[in-house]
Design a protein around this ligand. Structure first.
Ligand SMILES: [Zn+2]
Length: 121
């Protein structure tokens, strides 16, 4: 069985660490958000309760703040002094381009942190 960090990075079920959480790869922009209702390998419910993933919105917000700070730091060190428009365009582009990954990993972090799914001992 793979470790929890490896399983989380590869978007696997927290219970069996083998079944994929998402139906399609992240770069399939039409279907990147589709999750399996149950793990295709072990059958555990991947939405422990209705509306469970509402809390992932706060994780997504935190990820967006980290991306924003990183973009500001990079722009500042490359284009010192840059106009506000450069920051605004770069931050917007980074947030939009990373949206599928942000969406997925915020759900993965929330499921691993609060889903209560553990591998059997
Ligand atoms: Zn599973």
């Amino acid at each position: 069985m793979r470790g929890w960090l490896s399983a989380a990075i590869s978007c696997r079920c927290p219970a069996c660490r083998e079944g994929r959480l998402f139906v399609s790869p992240w770069y399939n922009l039409r279907r990147f958000a589709l999750m399996h209702g149950e793990c295709p390998t072990c059958g555990v419910r991947l939405e422990p309760e209705p509306g469970f993933y509402f809390g992932a919105m706060f994780v997504s917000y935190a990820f967006s703040v980290v991306v924003t700070i990183a973009v500001i730091a990079v722009i500042y060190h490359i284009f010192r002094p840059a106009s506000d428009a450069v920051y605004l365009i770069a931050i917007t582009a980074a947030i939009v381009l990373l949206a599928p990954l942000n969406y997925r990993y915020s759900r993965v972090v929330f499921l691993y942190g609060f889903g209560g799914l553990r591998p059997p001992r």
